[in-house]
Design a protein. Structure first.
Ligand SMILES: NC(=O)c1ccc[n+]([C@@H]2O[C@H](COP(=O)([O-])OP(=O)(O)OC[C@H]3O[C@@H](n4cnc5c(N)ncnc54)[C@H](OP(=O)(O)O)[C@@H]3O)[C@@H](O)[C@H]2O)c1
Length: 314
């Protein structure tokens, strides 16, 4: 099969189109003929070796965790999926080696869900990692409820633009941060307010909107940006970060959680339902053929993608 692989950590030039052996299928596995693969910031971090201490890996590494495609074969223990099913998955495995930047990927059946009926392959491939992250932060980390005020950072990004929609769909009052060129986009996703993070302190801007503070902050940035925005959270409020542990810092009365996204077929089913009910959409910034994965990484590493980048494979 054709795949993009790296023989060692490094720059974008490491991403080479290769002829790789088809992945082997275990008894609980599903072999997916990949139609499209989502591109995520973690793919570039992995390529550079920045996650070397977190993920056991085996070279050559085929990057990529997001896939949408057609089931080609199932292991003998798999009962609820069969060849021909149209599926999508966040294909994280215990070892990083055979990812989704490939014509085929084998993954445990337990993390595979039926793709949203109304989504294109590209849209379905863009959803799993970012969608599950947004879902787990909103529901599990922040336990967000109707009428609560939530600030979502990097609201125009892959995770943020899905989080804004999930929060708005719940009936929360949503504030997003974005540069000026993305304000109309973020409002169009359902945000009630947008704060321009390039224009000064986000915490102060939010405080001007709500003198008594906000209930929840979804942080994707960490560091100084987290500390600044966190100041707008009221005592008793919550902060969940996908960028750094202990996001509550020393702020009194604020509950903090760090979330590292988990695969979940059940939650993918829920995202598919929301998508098919037109309560969630995914913004595709650009698509690339598999052979141009390095160009996708270059754009991603610029840090200003609106929505998602996707590799089209079949
Ligand atoms: N812990 C986990 O499980 C987990 C899961 C998923 C992602 N992550 C991490 O979360 C981060 C975000 O992921 P992503 O896929 O959403 O990234 P992304 O799509 O690449 O984010 C790009 C967006 O970030 C915005 N942005 C850049 N700098 C900003 C700033 N200082 N303040 C506000 N917005 C800013 C840009 O908007 P403008 O163009 O308007 O600036 C752009 O729309 C990455 O570091 C990723 O690795 C962690």
């Amino acid at each position: 099969m054709r795949a993009i692989a790296i023989e060692g950590f490094g720059g974008r030039d490491r991403l080479q189109l290769v002829d790789a052996p088809d992945p082997k299928l275990g008894p609980d596995g599903v072999l997916i003929a990949v139609r499209a693969a989502g591109v995520n910031p973690v793919d570039a971090k992995l390529r550079e070796g920045r996650l070397d201490d977190r993920f056991p890996h085996r070279f050559p590494v085929i990057p990529g965790w997001d896939a949408a495609g057609v089931v080609e074969a199932v292991g003998p223990a798999v009962v609820d999926l069969e060849p021909g099913d149209e599926v999508y998955a966040y294909c994280r495995k215990s070892e990083v080696a055979e990812g989704t930047y490939a014509e085929k990927v084998a993954v445990a059946a337990g993390v595979v869900a039926r793709k949203p009926r109304t989504a294109s392959w590209v849209e379905a491939a863009a959803l799993p990692l970012a969608g599950l992250t947004a879902y787990q932060v909103i529901h599990e980390g922040l336990r967000l409820e109707r009428h609560q005020r939530v600030l979502v950072s990097a609201a125009a990004g892959g995770v943020g633009h899905l989080a804004v929609q999930l929060a708005a769909d719940l009936g929360a009052e949503v504030i997003g941060t974005a540069s000026a060129r993305n304000h109309a986009f973020v409002t169009g996703l359902g945000a009630d307010h947008v704060v321009d993070y390039t224009a000064g302190s986000v915490g102060e801007a939010v405080h001007e909107l709500f003198a008594d503070g906000i209930d929840a902050y979804f942080d994707v940035l960490g560091g100084d940006a987290l500390a600044d925005a966190r100041a707008a959270v009221r005592p008793g409020g919550r902060v969940t970060s996908i960028a750094q542990p202990r996001p509550e810092g020393d702020q009194p009365g604020v509950e903090g959680r760090y979330i590292f996204v988990r695969p979940s077929a059940t939650e993918l089913d829920e995202l598919a339902r929301l998508f098919d009910e037109r309560r969630l959409r995914v913004e595709i910034a650009e698509t690339f053929p598999l052979a141009r994965a390095a160009d996708a990484h270059e754009l991603l590493e610029g840090g200003h993608v609106r929505g998602k980048l996707v590799l089209e494979i079949a």
